[in-house]
Design a protein around this ligand. Structure first.
Ligand SMILES: *[C@@H]1O[C@H](CO)[C@@H](O)[C@H](O)[C@H]1NC(C)=O
Length: 423
């Protein structure tokens, strides 16, 4: 299942993959194994009556480097449920016990507590790529970070019908996009408004297996980032998503792609995905024409990926955006696939509209601590202060390719907005 939860109908089709199985199928691990693993999750979160002046840090479970999950408690009965933490979508939804189509492996549906769960007649519809959706009545309910913590009251979708949501290692999805969908609330914003966290902000550390992954709600982790100057702030293109404009794609000093477009930060995308022409330009950066001729598409860990000869050392891929350059680490992108071949873990895609798009997925996040600031930021354009920005800690350098400007046509922006939140 392709976990690109933001791009929705934007992504028409992957050029190579018939089915985008980005959530890797367990090869040596049965689903029950994964579920047992998930039950071991412990939250470092808060005790009762917390001091709201400090952020809350929660450990996230790594599901095969492809999906990051954590727990929340729902309702007055404080039922504990597992959620897929997705920065690419805005909805908080949970499978309900009467949902017959919510039958993916390991799902543990929610039994609403009539004392706290107040369904409305409004329908919420969380829609994802490839026609996947989860829909049901929007209800007000209590949500807690642990069973012991104080609740917030917010709108969630109680899902009574799910289509093709197979394989998420969770009972629902916690959307962490910066703007709410119609009739729904943002979890982090509500935690802030209702006084449980100091700021409308969160920091995300996603790491490969064997290293800790965590989210810090209400700020960023000051142990992980002791000096705030380490955070390089990038203003958002607009508030609809965690995205900005990119100018150029570099390999060393060489510009591979100068058309520019949108770059999206999405923890719900496992494998970085981009317009196919950018990927082809990158392969042309890695290889000479002769070497590149032996590149072919093959299956690797359930994905159709480009396989090329494993030769030499590769540089990182630079992406210039809003005054900075961040990098796709070649060690995280190029994987030994055996027999002298390397798989390039970037999925080529076709998107609607004229503009190129780069969806930075988990294999980008592995190299960065990413701060998501919903209410702090400054703006690319004084007339439209989005007040939102993304902060990167890691391999990031200043770059003078320019700040926001002309790259993205406003027609595209409209299209993107229209398709993002369909409900
Ligand atoms: C939810 O969205 C999907 C995909 O766009 C659509 O097929 C489905 O009919 C919608 N369901 C409701 C209840 O609106």
């Amino acid at each position: 299942m392709m976990w690109c939860l933001l791009c929705l109908s934007l992504m028409v089709a992957a050029t190579t993959a018939k089915k985008l199985n980005v959530y890797r199928k367990p090869e040596d691990r049965s689903p029950t194994f994964i579920i047992r693993d998930m039950m071991k999750i412990e939250s470092d979160a808060i005790a009762q009556k917390r001091d709201e002046s400090t952020p809350i840090k929660i450990t996230l479970q790594n599901n095969q480097d492809a999906a990051y999950t954590g727990k929340l408690s729902l309702g007055g009965n404080k039922e504990e449920h597992t959620f897929f933490f997705d920065t690419g979508s805005p909805w908080l939804w949970v499978a309900l016990d009467d949902c017959t189509s919510c039958n993916w492996p390991g799902v543990n549906p929610y039994t609403p507590d009539s004392g706290t769960n107040k369904p409305s007649s409004k329908i919420g519809n969380a829609t994802y790529v490839d026609g996947q959706f989860a829909t049901g009545n929007i209800a007000t309910d209590e949500v807690r970070i642990t069973a012991d913590s104080e609740p917030i009251t917010m709108n969630i979708i109680g899902v009574s019908e799910a289509h093709d949501i197979g394989n998420i290692p969770a009972d629902g999805i916690l959307g962490l996009a910066p703007s709410p969908a119609k009739n729904t609330d943002l979890f982090v914003t509500q935690l802030h408004k209702q006084g449980l966290i100091p700021d409308d902000m969160f920091g995300l550390e996603i790491k490969p297996n064997g290293q800790d992954s965590f989210i810090t709600l209400g700020g960023y982790d000051t142990e992980r980032v002791p000096d705030p100057k380490e955070i390089k702030w990038i203003n958002l293109y607009n508030k609809d998503s965690w995205w900005t404009e990119f100018r150029h794609v570099y390999y060393g000093d060489t510009i591979l792609s100068s058309k520019g477009g949108l770059v999206v930060f999405d923890s719900g995308t496992s494998i970085t995905t981009m317009s196919e022409n950018i990927l082809y330009a990158i392969i042309n950066g890695f290889y000479t024409k002769t070497e590149g001729q032996s590149c072919t598409i093959k299956q690797f860990q359930g994905l159709d990926l480009w396989h090329c000869p494993c030769i030499g050392n590769f540089d990182d891929i630079g992406i210039s955006m809003n005054g900075y350059m961040a990098f796709l680490n070649s060690d995280l992108i190029i994987k030994d696939a055996g027999q002298g071949e390397c798989a390039i873990e970037i999925l080529p895609a076709k998107f609607e509209g004229d503009n190129d798009i780069i969806l930075l997925g988990d294999n980008f996040f592995f190299d960065y601590y990413v701060v998501h600031d919903i209410n702090g930021g400054k703006i690319y354009d004084e007339d439209s202060d989005t007040g939102m920005r993304i902060g990167l800690v890691g391999n990031i350098v200043e770059n003078d390719d320019g700040a926001f400007g002309s790259v993205i046509s406003s027609a595209l922006a409209m299209l993107v907005m229209a398709t993002l939140f369909l409900n």
